[in-house]
Design a protein. Structure first.
Length: 178
């Protein structure tokens, strides 16, 4: 787009300079044609009028072309402003994307560190689970031992009570036998 703008401006400049060059060449030709005259003549007003008319037409054409170029320049300027705003937005977005992409390696490293931590936690959880199962087994064994001891004590107390009953029964029998 900028290239076409540049081409247009160059073409307008060339047209303008060629128009000025044409006018100056015609002016020189008129001066050169007028110098060889040595004999005084009566001025020809129609020739001056024709020359003035040519200059007026050339200046009017130059003015018209300059106005057209100015209008085209304004149009190109508005397009350049719109394109500049559009590409400025794109550049801002690209800078943001570039910033985010620059943060990507750190994010990946953090993610890998997090995955390693999770693997370590998983191992720790399995270890704790195994220890809990072992503790549960130990608690079951302790409870079984307590139950066995309680049963043993109960059995021992039962045996004692039965021995006492037996002794009491023997003593009663011994006393009854005369």
């Amino acid at each position: 787009m900028l290239e076409t703008l540049r081409e247009r401006l160059l073409s307008v400049q060339q047209d303008f300079t060629s128009g000025l060059k044409t006018l100056s060449d015609k002016s020189r030709e008129a001066k050169v044609k007028g110098k060889p005259r040595t004999a005084p003549r009566l001025p020809k007003y129609s020739a001056g009028l024709e020359l003035l008319s040519r200059y007026e037409d050339a200046w009017a054409a130059l003015h018209r072309r300059a106005k057209e170029c100015a209008d085209a320049g304004e149009l190109v300027d508005s397009e350049v402003v719109m394109l500049s705003a559009h590409w400025e937005k794109k550049r801002t977005s690209l800078n943001e994307l570039q910033g985010q992409l620059q943060q990507l390696p750190a994010l990946l490293q953090d993610l890998e560190s997090l995955m390693a931590s999770l693997a370590h936690l998983e191992t720790s959880f399995e270890e704790v689970e195994n220890h809990l199962l072992h503790l549960e087994d130990l608690c079951g064994q302790c409870e079984l031992e307590r139950h066995k001891q309680a049963q043993a004590q109960h059995l021992e107390s039962y045996k004692k009570s039965k021995r006492k009953e037996l002794e009491a029964f023997k003593a009663e029998r011994y006393l009854l036998k005369p």
